[in-house]
Each structure stands twice: as structure tokens, then as C-alpha cells.
Write a protein that binds this ligand. Structure first.
Ligand code: OMP
Length: 277
């Protein structure tokens, strides 16, 4: 457990409290996805010893003023083997040192049998030191215990994902309800004993967002699908806000980090979201 996590643990500040504090400080629900795809990183960075880290550092410094969370997707680091993992770790160390009040999410969509999940906890939540990670629900509550029992971390369960084909499985009817609805109910009624669960709900499905919001009370939702995936900010935000005018972590990755001006794009998204809060 690193120093910041230890402090959070000692003062019993939940990850959601940490997020909400940052939301208030910068008046933003925006999460920038550090999906630093090697193919898309500018050539100037590729000449440096730690290209993904240097690129991330640039994006973090440029956008942090408008940002409440950063979310690196593990895939883009794993793709480079040990060098990528090292640069992900360097990115985390940079965030923890310079911007410790910004929420960090590792988008890894993990989920295996219980003792294997413990390995993911050790790696992602403790060694890398992320505040939160994304998990798949399909092996059930018992398998997720190593994640769920971490009251000091955020466990973000895939519910209604943003991709166009997500309905193939997630819309299947179970007890006359779509599967995503059953997952949401499970999380609400059974899995969230430590008040550390969040749900992934794609911005591309505003009708479902509304149903999930009504069901989940004030629970915080991770909402990808804005930007390159075409989610409508107004519909998604209006459907998803909680009773505090918060409750959303609105992620955009490619549309910000590979734009001409990441700082300006982050500011624009922050302001657009705030128009509807
Ligand atoms: P952009 O489409 O470039 O904004 O990236 C979206 C990011 O969110 C990627 O890292 C995806 O893996 C992730 N994501 C989704 O796009 N859809 C989902 O339903 C869930 C996630 C996620 O868990 O973050």
C-alpha cells in the first residue's frame, strides 16, 4: 500500500469521497482516458527513452486543470510488454506525486476465479497503486471477493457497455429483464456491502442510463462513449446525474489525447458537461 492509499485508508476517505472532492475543486466530471496507443503517439516522443510516459506526462499536465480522473487502459501498455508496464508504473508515480487528489482508474476489465483475481488486486491496486479498476461480473460475487473486500478502492463493474454490439449478451432477457438490469440489481443489493462499487454505463445508451440511475440511487457511474464513439453529451448527462449533480465519471480518450490541443478539448468537454448539470 503506498503513502496516499495509506492516508485514505487511515482517514477512511472512500474513493468516491476522493472523486467528489476533486469534482468540486475543478468543477468537472471529466475523466481523460490515457489510451496512449503506440501507433498514434507523435514521432517526437518515440525518440525518447520512455515514450508513453513522456506523452502521458504531457497530456496530464495539459489537461489536469479540467480533470477529475485519469483512466489508462491497460491494453495499450501491455501491448509493449515490460517496457509498457514500466511506463504505466511511471505514469502512476507521476500522478501520485504531482496530482494525488485526482482519481486514477485502471481500465483492465478483469475477472477470473477468486485466487486469480487476488493476483490482479496485488498488481493493479497495490503494486501499480490505482484507486479503482474495471471488472467483469460474469464469474459472480464469490469470484469477485478479492476486489469487493477492498473497501479502500473502487470496483467498477461492467453493466451496459458503450460498444454497438453490447446488446448481443447484455440485452438477453433473464427473469424478463435484460441481463444488464440484473447485474445492476446484484451490485446494488448484494455486491456493494463496502460501498465501493460503481457501474460502467455507456454514454451511447441514454435510455438505459436513465433506468440505471433510477435503480441505483446516487451511485457513481463510469461513462465512456463520449467523443470518438459518438455519445450525446446532453442526453447522457441529463439521464445520468445523481441527486447531487454529480455521480458521473465521463471519459473521453482519443478525442482528447490525440487532438491538436488536448488542453482545449478537455476544457470544452468540461464546459459542455457543466451546461447540463
Ligand atoms: P475513446 O472511445 O477513445 O473515448 O475510449 C474509450 C475508453 O473507454 C477505452 O479505453 C475503452 O476501453 C473504455 N470503455 C469503453 O469504451 N466502453 C465501455 O463500455 C467501457 C469502457 C471502460 O470500461 O472504460
Amino acid at each position: 500500500m503506498n503513502f496516499i492509499n495509506l492516508i485514505n485508508f487511515v482517514v477512511q476517505m472512500s474513493i468516491i469521497d476522493k472523486y467528489n472532492k476533486r469534482v468540486d475543486k475543478v468543477n468537472s466530471l471529466v475523466c481523460v482516458g490515457l489510451d496512449s496507443d503506440w501507433e498514434k503517439i507523435p514521432d517526437t516522443y518515440k525518440k525518447l527513452p520512455f515514450p508513453q510516459f513522456e506523452f502521458n506526462k504531457f497530456i496530464i499536465d495539459e489537461t489536469q486543470e479540467y480533470v477529475a480522473a485519469f483512466k489508462p487502459n491497460s491494453a495499450f501498455y501491455e501491448a509493449r510488454g515490460d517496457q509498457g508496464i514500466r511506463e504505466l508504473k511511471m505514469t502512476m508515480e507521476y500522478l501520485q506525486e504531482k496530482y494525488p487528489d485526482i482519481l486514477t482508474i485502471n481500465d483492465a476489465k478483469r475477472g477470473d476465479i477468486g485466487n486469480t483475481n487476488q493476483g490482479y488486486v496485488d498488481f493493479i491496486l497495490d503494486w501499480l497503486g490505482f484507486d479503482a479498476l474495471t471488472v467483469s461480473p460474469y464469474l459472480g460475487e464469490e469470484s469477485l471477493q478479492p476486489f469487493l473486500q477492498r473497501a479502500d478502492k473502487g470496483i467498477i463493474v461492467l453493466c451496459r457497455t458503450s460498444n454497438p454490439g453490447s446488446g448481443e449478451i447484455q440485452n438477453l432477457l433473464v427473469e424478463r429483464k435484460p441481463l444488464w438490469h440484473i447485474i445492476a440489481e446484484r451490485v446494488k443489493n448484494k455486491w456493494n456491502k463496502n460501498n465501493n462499487c460503481l457501474l460502467v454505463v455507456g454514454a451511447t445508451y441514454p435510455e438505459e442510463i436513465k433506468v440505471i440511475r433510477d435503480l441505483m440511487g446516487d451511485m457513481t457511474l463510469l461513462m465512456p462513449g463520449i467523443g470518438n464513439q459518438g455519445g450525446d453529451v446532453e442526453l447522457a448527462v441529463k439521464a445520468g446525474l445523481n441527486s447531487q449533480g454529480k455521480g458521473l465519471i465521463i471519459n473521453s480518450s482519443r478525442a482528447i489525447i490525440f487532438s491538436e490541443n488536448p488542453r482545449e478539448e478537455a476544457r470544452k468537454l468540461r464546459d459542455e458537461v457543466n451546461k447540463f448539470r
